[in-house]
Design a protein around this ligand. Sequence first.
Ligand code: ADE
Ligand code: ZN
Length: 319
Amino acid sequence: MPLPKAELHLHIEGTLEPELAFELAARNGVPLPYATVGDLRAAYDFKDLQSFLDLYYELTAVLRTERDFEDLADAYLARAAAQGVRHAEIFFDPQAHTRRGVALGTVVEGLWRALGRGEDSHGVSTRLIMCFLRDESAESALETLRAAEPYLDRIAGVGLDSAEAGHPPAKFREVYEAAAALGLRRVAHAGEEGPPEYIRQALDVLGVERVDHGLRCLEDPELVARLARERIPLTLCPLSNVRLRAVDTLADHPLPALLDAGLLCTVNSDDPAYFGGYVGDTFDAVRDTLGLTEDRLRELARNSFLAAFLDHDEERRAR
Ligand code: ADE
Ligand code: ZN
């Protein structure tokens, strides 16, 4: 029986397995520049975040209809449930779809068709977190938030993702203030490739409750002390950090140091179709490679529920 856990850093577009990409491409008549599933998988050799994002956005072309988004979310729920996930807070990137002519409603309604029945179909409760692409403009983020207003009963929070370097959190102050005024929870990717200063901005300018990645906090001992003192959760993604070369090998990952520093760490899969494993695989990998004890693994699982956007009763039920 895999350890029950919550997954808090998961891009639904990053769960698009090559087999499903080919199936959707055929269904929608979308040409793919890869002859076979094997050819596509061979392209999963990334040198940094941008080289991954280029392929990730390219493959979104196959997602066109509500049914496509429903199938994508259903496939994730099945895999997650098999790996012990009881609750998932799922990112989606509306601008990656609206900018190629797919309506926001198609995305949200399609995802919701699967997620809304996730507890019954797979025993997984979910929240949706709408991410703004930080390499798009602040105005585009604001337009996206306005366009999402009819769907806010299905969206728990906002996040910030895509290419980090050169796109500081402070650029999105206004849209985060507007999101807070709408009662939305706030998270942001920071310190994946960007400097510790971006983590400070995410906290102080955007008011985030969790930091996605946050890996580079280690370069700033005062920031580490603050994150520990304020019990700010980090949603770490060790397999992603290896594949996108934030660390050289999994054995070099600073997860043990972050735990030793008293940080509220969680372990997540980020874009599992691209990075070689879902969250249960990630737990197994950090156990085997970093030598984490069973107590440490249980701490990570407990942290995932503590850091989730669940109320007390929901949290008890999910564990
Ligand atoms: N979008 C999907 N995966 C991402 C990641 N690891 N960092 C930033 N943006 C992303
Ligand atoms: Zn991410």
